[in-house]
Design a protein around this ligand. Structure first.
Ligand SMILES: [Zn+2]
Ligand SMILES: [Zn+2]
Length: 342
């Protein structure tokens, strides 16, 4: 079968390869992949960026994917041939305290699909049945691959920040996670402003506007002006930081109202200087959100299935064999969320 494989340690050392289709072992199934999204972490692994040295080639990339069960291995009890599913991207051991409490994404022995085990940028993938989430009837299976990034946003907005109706919410970083966070906060009845910078004006901010969100381009005028125009005199109740820029996180801590919440879902290449006293005197809640768990996937797939969240404006589809071109488009900011379709 064809697969997009990171073949070496050098930046960009990856390509479409002919690899053999795996055999499902006990508790595993063979999935025929319907589509696989390209994530920022795939781009980091592809470019061999700092912090991704642990991704060992050869490995088939991709963790945002959906598919149909084609073969079931021995001892498979939960799924059958023909079932449609999305794969949990960070797979816990199922036995430790973190896993038993439902926080599989915090498992010390977690497996990162497409980074530490072969992933979904391929025609087929072998996956443990316990990490498959059923896709609702009627939901386009290629769109269901968005269940992964939407679950990450569900964990940040619905579970960790617990955004409520009537709140004012700023989301910084209009990548797919940021836009989906904005869409979720709006769905919960919040007033949302999605903030980006100049480089986001190519495709990300227009896509967010296409999805019905109000946006702020911080390269055009200062944050304060955008806040005044959108929220009048009141400072935001909640700020969700998904850009991974320490500058944006600094703005978040300065800008939320006293008693407000800053929820961090981005990953940062730099450290930051942080003045805790200012946060203490304003009694801020600073919290962090990492990936997602099985329940978040179920919520995300329900939202996609019911049409409450329509990720259409974010998507561009590429044939799997054009993966190198799709990676380039994502890297240059021409595509917001590229889906590879085998
Ligand atoms: Zn992802
Ligand atoms: Zn575990």
């Amino acid at each position: 079968m064809k697969a997009f494989v990171k073949t070496g340690y050098r930046p960009g050392e990856a390509g479409i390869e002919d690899v053999s289709i795996g055999d499902p072992g006990p508790g595993e199934v063979l999935l025929r992949v319907a589509s696989c999204g390209i994530c920022g972490s795939d781009l980091h692994a592809f470019r061999a960026d700092a912090g991704f040295e642990w991704v060992l080639p050869p490995i088939t990339l991709g963790h945002e994917f959906s598919g149909t069960v084609e073969i079931v291995g021995p001892d498979v009890t939960r799924v059958s041939v023909g079932d449609r599913a999305v794969v949990v991207a960070i797979q816990g051991c199922g036995k430790c305290d973190a896993c038993r409490s439902g926080s599989t994404q915090l498992c010390p022995n977690r497996v990162a699909v497409g980074l530490s085990r072969d992933g979904g940028m391929a025609e087929y993938a072998v996956m443990p049945e316990e990490h498959l989430v059923p896709v609702p009837d009627g939901l386009d299976l290629t769109v269901a691959a968005l269940g992964e990034p939407l679950s990450v946003a569900v964990h940040a907005v619905n579970v960790r920040a617990d955004v409520k109706s009537g709140q004012t919410v700023v989301v910084s970083g209009p990548g797919p996670i940021g836009v989906l966070c904005g869409m979720l906060a709006r769905l919960r009845g919040a007033e949302v402003l999605l903030a980006g910078v100049g480089q986001d004006s190519k495709s990300r901010l227009p896509a967010a506007e296409g999805a019905g969100l109000r946006t702020a381009n911080l390269s055009e005028k200062p944050l304060e002006e955008h806040l005044r125009e959108n929220f009048e005199e009141s400072a935001p109740d909640v700020w969700i930081e998904s850009s991974g820029s320490v500058r944006a996180l600094g703005s978040a801590l300065e800008s939320v109202r006293p008693g407000g919440t800053v929820a961090v879902v981005g990953l940062y290449a730099e450290n930051m200087v942080f003045a805790p006293t200012l946060a203490v005197r304003r009694e801020l809640s600073l919290l962090f959100s990492y990936s997602c768990n099985y329940a978040d996937y179920q919520t995300a797939l329900e939202l996609l299935g019911s049409g409450a969240i329509d990720p259409g404006p974010l998507l561009s589809r590429y044939p799997l064999v054009d993966a190198p071109e799709a990676f380039e488009a994502v890297g240059e900011g021409r595509a917001v969320k590229a889906l590879l379709v085998p």
